[in-house]
Write a protein that binds this ligand. Structure first.
Ligand code: C2O
Ligand code: CU
Length: 502
């Protein structure tokens, strides 16, 4: 059965569908609310309002394809956007139009999602919802305005492909940032399994997961019954996050390298450096610290916060955190510990002479003040004005390991009733975690606000048996996936549609 045909709630009003294949084109039955089609006039109008006269067009090409990567003495066959992980850096200014040609050289369907960008709905890259999948050998051109500056990333929204090397950073520069820092380091965190004897699809099968999410298996080597890891599942536990993750990965990477052969980040002593941290992992939150330094957090998920000085911070899957640091003279470890798991990622910061750190180095900062991005405060410039919500949706996060199935409001994605909204409304989402695991919950196309002056974010960690309430302005009509950014949770059901009605 095609999941498309069962997803009757995604079905949109009739506008603009003639001649398009498949996507949300199934006829609605009488009891189903009419929803804004990704190709609706409202979507086009919203995009036109974002366009700025004289804006530049930034062009890029992405060719997802089979690649062989050297992770630093570990060679893996995998899928990537380049002969390296992460894929190509895409960089533009706020207000620019981004045009990306995707040429799919994979032996499978794919798509590209622009994580965190408030873009036009038909460019959001969700197969079966906002577009047809890009078939093997096929092409698709994404074109949209980049409304807000910040640190973003892109990845497929197809199966568990994110758990390969299919990710890259998208930076939208703010012209007002010029001169605020001397150096910039882009630091991408990842958990790695592909090509080490298991594919991500093997991992999903071993967990016992049915793809009750969107896409079903796209795996080439679909194998069942493979061991999950070193039998350490029971011991994976983070006091900070509650759970830790479901998969024990053999490697953790910073900028595509294992700790035995780390990348080196350079600057001159006393320079002010901006680090843009991106967690592109599928099942791992990281605790990040720079030996010998404190870090000033300046942004999360692209949006500025009241600067907060900390020794270490936790970055969940899909979250981005920007920090500034004035670097000392010498050689220092930048460590990203797999939170609650065994293992870490490493980069070497070098501003002067000194011996490189060992792969197991554990800076004391990791165990001093540690913050989650949830605890930050929004900068004044990005406060969401106070307003009573027009509607409140509760999202009860449920499920577990046995069977491996994750739900929102008791349902997997294919069976879930959508969260309805209308353009112009203030919408409140109350996420209640009834599971033993933490879930980094992500909303497409919007940047919500945490309550009481909390930060603007698009991805927020909800820890076990806690709830997080966020508000957003429904100003971007379309159909927007709302899901856990643990890719195995999302793929086995923890996803729901934030659905605009006309
Ligand atoms: Cu980065 Cu729907 O995800
Ligand atoms: Cu989850």
């Amino acid at each position: 059965m095609s999941p498309l045909l069962t997803r009757r709630h995604l079905i949109a009003g009739a506008a603009g569908l003639a001649g398009t294949a498949g996507v949300v084109a199934v006829a609605a039955d009488r009891n189903t609310p009419k929803l804004v089609n990704p190709r609706a006039e409202a979507v086009r109008r919203t995009e036109l309002a974002r366009r700025r006269p004289g804006a530049a067009t930034v062009r890029a090409t992405l060719t997802p394809r089979p690649v062989t990567l050297d992770l630093g003495g570990v060679t893996v066959d995998t899928w990537g956007y380049a002969e390296a992980a992460p894929g190509p850096l895409i960089r533009a200014k706020a207000g620019d139009l981004l045009r990306v040609d995707v040429v799919n050289d994979l032996p499978a369907d794919t798509s590209v999602h622009w994580h965190g960008i408030a873009l036009r709905n038909d460019m959001d890259g969700v197969p079966g919802v906002t577009q047809d999948p890009i078939g093997a050998g096929g092409r698709f051109t994404y074109e949209f305005t980049l409304p807000n500056s910040g640190t973003y990333f892109y990845h497929p929204h197809s199966g568990v492909q994110l758990d390969r090397a299919l990710y890259g950073v998208l930076i939208v520069d703010d012209p007002n940032d010029a001169g605020r820092y001397d150096q910039e380091w882009i630091v991408v965190l990842d958990d790695w399994v592909d090509g080490t004897g298991r594919t991500p699809e093997d991992v999903l099968a071993a967990l016992g997961g049915n793809a009750g999410g969107m896409h079903g298996g796209h795996g080439m080597n679909h194998g069942a019954g493979m061991p999950i890891g070193g039998g350490e599942m029971e011991s994976m536990m983070s006091p900070l996050l509650g759970g830790a993750g479901d998969v024990d990965y053999p490697h953790y990477l910073i900028n595509g390298r294992v700790p035995a052969a780390p990348v080196t980040l350079t600057a001159r002593p006393r320079q002010r450096v901006r680090l843009r941290l991106v967690n592109a992992a599928s099942d791992t939150a990281f605790r990040v610290a720079l030996g010998g330094h404190r870090l000033t957090v300046t942004h999360t998920d692209g949006f500025p916060v009241v600067p907060d000085v900390t020794d270490a911070l936790v970055v969940g899957m899909g979250e981005r955190v920007d920090v500034e640091v004035v670097v000392a003279d010498g050689v220092f470890p930048l460590v990203a510990v797999a939170e609650g798991k065994t293992g870490q990622a490493l980069a070497v910061v070098r501003t002067g002479d000194g011996r490189p750190p060992s792969a197991q180095v554990r800076p004391a900062e990791l165990d001093r003040r540690v913050i989650l991005a949830n605890r930050l405060r929004a900068a004044d410039s990005v406060w969401l004005p106070q307003r009573a919500p027009d509607r409140t949706h509760e999202l009860v996060l449920g499920g577990g390991m046995m069977p491996y199935r994750w739900t929102i409001n008791g349902k997997t994605f294919t069976n879930a009733e959508p969260l309805l909204a209308r353009e112009g409304e203030r919408v409140r989402l109350r996420m209640v975690n009834q599971t033993m695991m933490f879930h980094p919950m992500h909303v497409h196309g919007h940047t919500f606000a945490l309550r009481d002056g909390g930060p603007r974010k698009d991805t927020v960690i909800v820890t076990p048996h806690q709830s997080v309430t966020v508000d957003l302005d429904a100003d971007n009509p379309g159909q927007w996936m709302t899901h856990c950014h643990n890719i195995y949770h999302a793929e086995t059901g923890m996803m729901i549609n934030l659905a605009y009605q006309p």
